[in-house]
Structure formats: C-alpha cells, structure tokens
Design a protein. Structure first.
Length: 117
C-alpha cells in the first residue's frame, strides 16, 4: 500500500466528518507543528485572532499559492515564524475573502484589497 500524504489524509477525513483541517508550522527557536480542525471560516478567524494576541507580530496573511487541487491545500504565512496549510478549497476561498475585507491603514488612509481610495 502506498503511503498517504498529509493532503490525502485530511481530504479523506474531511469527507467523513465535515470538518476542515489546518496544519500550522511554528518556526521559532524550537519549531513545532499543530493540527486542528474547524467547521467554518469564523472558527479559523478566531484562531487567527488568538495568534495575533499570543505572538503579537502576526501580520496580514500572505497566500504563497492559490489552492492547489493536486495537493488539496493552500498555504499562507501569517508572520515570519508561522506557516499554515488549509486542506479545504471552500474554507480557503472564504478565508481569503474575509481577510481581504479587513481594512488596513497606509499613510493615514484606510484600504483593503477590495476597496482602493
């Protein structure tokens, strides 16, 4: 039997319990990984907010690649030390849309990806 990849495992698990899996790699002095699952984008946003509060240096997520159907995941970074993979295309799209709708300030003006003044 062939070895399963992370993506294949999470895709299979998701089909059974309707949860969406997220893998997080924390690359500080002693790197570690965490796996967790959410039911919807709101839970993921709560997790993201918790990371902002805990580590204080979290920045706007940068998506490193679009959702990759072959790998069944999308990856993004939320700081120079935190890398994430989402194993669900719908969750990825919702998260990107939500993040793009959060305004940020630049030179005293408020912007986001969807509204440019």
């Amino acid at each position: 039997m062939d070895e399963l990849t992370f993506s294949e495992i999470f895709t299979e698990l998701s089909s059974y319990n309707a949860k969406k899996y997220v893998r997080v790699i924390f690359d500080f002095n002693n790197p570690w990984e965490e796996m967790f699952c959410v039911y919807d984008v709101n839970e993921l946003l709560v997790w993201f907010g918790d990371q902002c509060n805990e580590f204080g240096e979290v920045m706007e997520p940068t998506f490193d690649r679009e959702y990759n159907a072959e790998l069944s995941s999308a990856s993004f970074t939320i700081s120079k030390h935190i890398f994430c993979e989402i194993y669900d295309q719908e969750l990825t799209n919702q998260f990107k849309l939500l993040i793009d709708s959060i305004p940020f300030e630049l030179d005293g003006k408020i912007y986001n990806e969807n509204i440019i003044n």
